[in-house]
Design a binder for this molecule. Structure first.
Ligand code: NAD
Ligand code: USQ
Length: 405
């Protein structure tokens, strides 16, 4: 199949592009390289030495004999997006091209605006462009588990996007329906994903676009079968206070003896998936598009859930490092349960990789090997969800979480 991978230079997009190319698909990566520019803005680099886009692609041609094309383009420009869809005529568009870090989206009023403008505009341009070019292209979007929120009193299993409800009609009859699960985003970034989801509902209803929205959990790990084939193909590994996600941060911190940065009590429970499984699930989603006229197909792309303090204890147990319970810079439930349905992707025969199978490989292959590249000053989070959180944290510790450690 001819596949456009928007955001294909990023952490999830790069290994997915290689995976799909390896399966025989004709892959074109489109990226505006904004993520690499944000590295410069933050003065933080990937722990792993990622190569320039063109060098990665020639390395892939060299090791696989397969060519992936690369176009530097910004999806917030509608003219560019439309030309791209007209010129390439893709059967599938995979859309990763968004600002994806919750802390970065909360850094300042400007970062909030950038995240909203970039994400909403890119998603709308892609939808608008698909309609304008005939409407046959299947759009596969990377959404997030975070659209559901974590504040439910009852531990009800989170369904795949839609909730079956019953309510009384005006004449007293009982009506059954299936509605979009009530969203409850926890950051400006997560809010943009909720807005994406509303646009998907509209375009599926009005233009009968075929849309799959993968509500993905926190991705951990670095390498996949393809990125391991040559060091020039290595995937990125973010560990800084904005882009580093929790489990990868804990693994890196344990490798350099930095007390694990648990926010609050660590009672937050979150969903996780290994990067290799991200690639497999997306390949499955491509093979199973919804029909035209169907509502958006929503699948929960996650393997397992864990409470953060359990994860911290597991990593501390493996490495002997300390755990630091820090004031939480985020505005989120201190403790929550989380049970998630993932029947759709499991129904395609997917057997997820679990933490106990791959954690040690990650430590040996990545965090210990590249520990010397870590800049400890970039570990603390300096993004706060509210001014009150910033004030109270500064009062407690003098400065951000490094002082608390
Ligand atoms: P990333 O920042 O590493 O990659 C995103 C890529 O998109 C970058 O290369 C960036 O340069 C590009 N991009 C951003 N805006 C663009 C634009 N306007 N035009 C063209 N290119 C643009 O992020 P990631 O971790 O690979 O995440 C990819 C997607 O998966 C995101 O939409 C994110 O919301 C979703 N997701 C990620 C995770 C995770 O844990 N990393 C979990 C759930 C969902
Ligand atoms: N946390 C810590 N210590 C840290 C970093 C984070 O305790 O050093 C906590 C956070 O407070 C939060 C949880 O760990 O409770 C998860 O934070 P995270 O940064 O790992 O993940 P999150 O902000 O939710 O975002 C990431 C990706 C995002 C994706 C989302 C999936 O950056 O793109 O959408 O995971 S999900 O969380 O399922 O919504």
């Amino acid at each position: 199949m001819k596949i456009l991978v928007l955001g294909g230079d990023g952490f999830c997009g790069w290994p997915t592009s290689l995976h799909l190319s390896d399966l025989g698909h004709d892959v074109v990566i489109v990226d505006n390289l904004s993520r690499r520019r944000i590295d410069s803005e933050l003065g933080a680099e990937s722990l792993t030495p990622i190569r320039p886009a063109k060098e990665r692609l020639s390395a892939w041609l060299h090791v696989s004999g397969r060519r992936i094309s690369f176009l530097e383009a910004d999806m917030t420009d509608f003219g560019v997006t439309l030309d791209l869809l007209r010129d390439e005529c893709p059967e599938v568009v995979i859309h990763f091209a968004e600002q994806r870090a919750a802390p970065y989206s909360m850094k300042s009023p400007e970062h909030k605006n950038y995240t909203v403008r970039n994400n909403i505009c890119a998603t709308h341009n892609v939808l608008n462009g698909i309609v304008a070019t005939g409407g046959e292209t299947h759009l596969v979007h990377l959404g997030t588990m975070g659209v559901y929120g974590y504040g439910h009193d009852e531990p009800v299993p989170v369904p795949e996007g839609y909730l079956d409800v019953r309510f009384a009609a005006i004449d007293g009859r009982e009506i059954s329906d299936s509605i979009v699960y009530p969203p409850s985003p926890g950051s400006i970034y997560h809010m943009t994903k909720v807005m994406d989801a509303t646009m998907f509902q509209y375009y599926a209803k009005n233009d009968h676009l075929r849309i799959t929205d993968l509500h993905q959990g926190i991705v951990w790990g670095t390498q996949t079968e393809q990125t391991r084939r040559d060091e020039r193909l290595i995937n990125r590994f973010d560990y800084d206070g904005d882009y580093g996600t929790v489990l990868n941060r804990f693994l890196m911190q344990s490798a350099i003896g930095y007390p694990l940065t648990v926010y609050g009590t660590g009672g937050q429970t979150r969903a996780f998936i290994h990067i290799q499984d991200t690639c497999r699930c997306i390949a499955n989603a491509i093979e199973h598009p919804p029909g035209r006229g169907s509502r958006p197909q929503i699948m929960n792309q996650m393997a397992e859930t864990h409470r953060l303090r359990d994860l911290a204890e597991m990593v501390a147990g493996m490495s002997g490092c300390e755990i630091a319970y820090l004031p939480n810079p985020r505005n989120e439930m201190a403790e929550n349960d989380l049970v998630v349905r993932n029947d759709s992707l499991r129904g395609f025969g997917w057997e997820p990789i679990h933490l106990d199978q791959a954690l040690m490989t990650e430590v040996i292959e990545i965090t210990q090997k590249y520990a010397h590249r870590c800049d400890r000053a970039k570990i603390p989070s300096t993004s706060y969800w509210t001014q009150e959180r910033e004030r109270s944290q500064t009062e407690q510790t003098g400065t951000p979480d490094v002082a608390a450690v």
